[in-house]
Design a protein around this ligand. Structure first.
Ligand code: ADP
Ligand code: MG
Length: 483
């Protein structure tokens, strides 16, 4: 039997407001336990929550960016449950009337596949506190600093069909919230976390299978692994005649498994009701228009502009825009084209940034903002490739020197004597020398062993320490060998 996976994601994006959603306490990460929780966050008797306007602006900004409805009237509701990190006994959330509904997000799954995922809703809510288990014996600690931190819960339709699509969706969303400046996206600190709902069904069946929800997976890699594990597990259960239980599961990154945490609650277990302490949230047309007028260039718009303005492929554009700082870096480099064909230059810049530069950054775990090679230094290097002073291969050596020792490409090329040999008379003379010392290979080549061509190219490069212009070498070698 062939199975199809169905995945829907719930993402909690922590909104980057300075203070909490219903109180004036600070939201800064990493403070000593319980130093940032005020009476309101603790739900003391007699206190009243006051809605943070900035959180509303951020939610509206998100809604407008995904082409959703930003509701002029939404309602805060109490979601009742008991847990030690929730002293009020309820979480303030939105239930029947969320602030954002019916949006869409276009994702690029790979070089040949794009897909549009529906975002059913996004609602505002407060975060709970945290239970601490380390450093306590036979008891747990409770840190309420996080209680009342504003969250936007973003709920997708069950429209993803593989872990890969789920990760593509998450990354697109992650890029978007950072562009919008509404969430710092820090997954390690829990500012952007994801619950993965997974089910499987026989291919061709319309009815959805029973799902499980795997909680709080805190990196893209773990999301992918947790989903793949869960798909395999469910298929095995079903194929051996078992049934999937609707439940909440936890991902264990050390063992790469998910395990059952608790039976899944239904909405009615929470006894939702409108919070009597908070008025319905009403937004005016002017408010929504003002938020709209302040939207930045969105990732997708930037990606489209990169394709038309610089002639990049959709895939290259997507990679470059994934991080706003990276996109800015690219544009600074690409601006240095005065003397060259702009599209060739831009493509070269894109290749270098996503290739060598990204590899070096990854190796040293650096962000683009910490790159030892600045945009203008890279520009200096690309200019010398464009005007054929150096080959792409030699450029890699120059880049390494730029990275490690700084300076500029022209100096390095001069100091190390790396200027490319393009003079055809000189190249021909060198070819004659190579041919003279390898009569056997020449004979073999001429009797049909064409694979040996690479051998001669290799000899030429060795002889010139890689400085001979490869196109010229290829052309002249062919003439000589065939002649
Ligand atoms: P709840 O509020 O109980 O978590 P929802 O119906 O709001 O349930 O759905 C939550 C998430 O689960 C959504 O992202 C949705 O796409 C996803 N989902 C719902 N049913 C399935 C299913 N059968 N398989 C996979 N995902 C599902
Ligand atoms: Mg849920």
């Amino acid at each position: 039997m062939e199975w199809e996976a169905v995945i829907g994601l719930e993402v909690h994006a922590q909104l980057s407001t300075k203070s909490k959603i219903f109180s004036g306490a600070a939201t800064a990460y990493g403070a000593l336990p319980n130093t940032q929780a005020c009476f309101i966050d603790l739900g003391m008797p007699g206190v009243l929550p006051v809605l943070n306007k900035e959180a509303v602006v951020m939610a509206a900004r998100f809604g407008l960016a995904i082409g959703a409805r930003v509701e002029k009237r939404s309602v805060f509701a109490r979601k009742n449950y008991f847990y030690p990190d929730l002293p009020k006994g309820y979480q303030i959330s939105q239930f029947e009337h969320p602030i954002v509904s019916q949006g869409k997000l276009d994702i690029i799954v790979d070089e040949n596949t794009t897909k549009t995922i529906e975002i059913i809703r996004a609602h505002l809510e407060e975060d709970a506190g945290k239970s601490l288990h380390e450093n306590f014996q036979g008891m747990s600690g409770i840190d309420l600093n996080r209680a009342g931190t504003p969250l936007l819960e973003i709920v997708s339709a069950p429209e993803m069909r593989s872990a890969k699509e789920a990760v593509a969706y998450l990354k697109t969303l992650h890029t978007l919230v950072r562009y919008l400046g509404i969430c710092d996206g820090n997954m390690q600190e829990g500012s952007f976390r994801c619950d993965a709902n997974v089910s499987v069904r026989p291919k061709g069946q319309e009815k959805l299978g029973t799902r499980t929800e795997t909680k709080n997976v805190n990196s893209f890699r773990f999301v992918e692994k947790a989903i793949n594990y869960e798909i395999e597990r469910q298929i095995q259960v079903l194929e051996s005649g078992g049934k999937i239980v609707q439940e909440t599961r936890l991902y264990d990154a050390d063992k790469n498994i998910t395990r059952s945490m608790r039976a899944k609650e239904d909405a009615n277990d929470y006894r939702y009701f409108p919070d009597p302490d908070l008025l319905p949230l009403v937004l005016s047309d002017e408010f929504i228009a003002a938020v709209k007028s302040q939207l930045p260039e969105l990732p997708q718009e930037k990606a489209e502009r990169f394709q038309t303005q610089y002639g990049l492929s959709a895939y290259d554009a997507m990679n470059l825009i994934s991080d706003m700082a990276l996109a800015d870096y690219f544009e600074t480099v690409a601006a240095g084209t005065a003397k060259h064909d702009q599209k060739t230059y831009a493509k070269l810049a894109a290749n270098w940034i996503m290739g060598d530069l990204s590899a070096f950054l990854n190796k040293e775990n650096k962000e683009i903002g910490q790159s030892p090679v600045s945009a203008s230094q890279l520009q200096g290097l690309l200019n010398r490739i464009m005007d054929n002073t150096i080959s792409g291969k030699i450029a890699k050596t120059v880049f390494e020197t730029l990275w490690e020792a700084g300076g500029n490409a022209d100096e390095i090329i001069k100091q190390k004597g790396l200027i490319q040999i393009t003079d055809s008379t000189l190249i021909n003379a060198l070819i004659d020398e190579v041919i003279a010392v390898h009569p056997e290979q020449v004979a073999e080549y001429r009797s049909g062993k064409e694979k040996l061509f690479g051998f001669f190219v290799g000899q030429m490069m060795k002889k010139t320490q890689g400085k001979a212009n490869p196109d010229e070498v290829n052309k002249l070698l062919k003439t000589k060998l065939n002649g």
